[in-house]
Design a protein around this ligand. Sequence first.
Ligand code: C6P
Length: 426
Amino acid sequence: MSSPQSRTAKDAPALERHPLDGRKIAQDFPILKQKVHDKRLVYLDSAATSQKPYTVIDALNEYYHSSNANVHRGLHVLAERATEIYECARTRTSWFIHAERPTEIVWTKNATEALNLVAHGWGRRHLKAGDEVVVSRMEHHSNLVPWHLLAKDKGVVVRAIELNSDGTLRLEDLDRFLAGGKVKLVALTHVSNVLGTINPIAEIAKKVHAAGAVFAVDGCQGAPHLPVNVRDLDVDFYAFSAHKMLGPTGLGVLYGKYKLLEQMDPFLGGGEMIEEVRIDSSTYKAPPLRFEAGTPPIAQTAGHVAALEYLGKLGMANVRAHEKDLTAYALNRLKEVAGLKIFGPADPAQRAGVLTFELEQIHAHDIAQVLDSEGIAVRAGHHCAQPLHEWLGAPSSARASFYVYTHQDEIDALARGLEKVRKYFA
Ligand code: C6P
């Protein structure tokens, strides 16, 4: 029998394409069955965090009932069981994104930590004053601030790709920066958490590599919603969070090409990541354990595997098709709301299930509050994307975001809710 470690993504069975029924899927999510303010909950905030199906909740429960122990350090049955769960989850995650091997998966606490690990572990070692890091106007703060910290410490220069008027990347900016010959790293989001824009990652990877630079991708809004094959995309790093893809909070993933991980310094020091410690020096384990100091999130990996299984059964191509259909429906349906302006590309093929909007002059927090009173959960604020909001010319916006359990009735409810908002503030 082949061990889980020896299986490659190529062995994964091809899944049939079939439409997803969001209403039926929602039955698997206990939290969605409740009422808020005496109204049926319409959860349109999945870009902030997704809800969890029974199987994920059960996996967490089961872990604490029967397997809880620390990993990699005990010889007893429970320690072995916990370690197997933890390491098998690494393998399953490598399959999910089609990494070459499980050792290319580093566990972190979230995508933010994963991106900081790239900046700290790779950036601090390989970048020097005057080297350039390219980001974009649409980045989440998690893919800006780590580079700002590096700029402060090392004199690295951060340059930003601006946006076309439809909210897509102005790729001429990237070409210009790369032609300058100083770019060592490009760090871009796969999908904007505000505009919903899906960036052409494979095309960008070719440009970045032709210029001899490294390409790090913030996949926080990509991995949950799109089929991701890191080898086809040819990205060097890909960061994401389990909690946005039906899994628990407290677990993040950094995928890195192994040869790059090997050339990285540890981020945190402590137990588990060492080979040998003397009183005045220490040596470190090989990746990925080099980057996993201290007791890691173990139960979370059990929940994360259940989430990957759930998504795997649906099929990521079907997840994408479902969200694209919902987005097309929403873009059309919400046109009926007078005064509503939706940001980002008009073509559903170019965007994920994230709709950020403004409604006349009504403050985003007021919109969210009135919608909440109707049982509709949306997010209001700058969504950790202040430079993007500067470009939008608004300090904040309201955002509705979809996932596998979202269905058309909920978009109709949003449209009706927005009509109420308008009347309320008329
Ligand atoms: N965006 C949102 O409501 P963490 O918090 O580390 O799991 O994810 C950070 C992050 C990084 N990149 C992108 C593109 C993101 O969307 C997020 C999280 C949430 O949009 C919380 S601000």
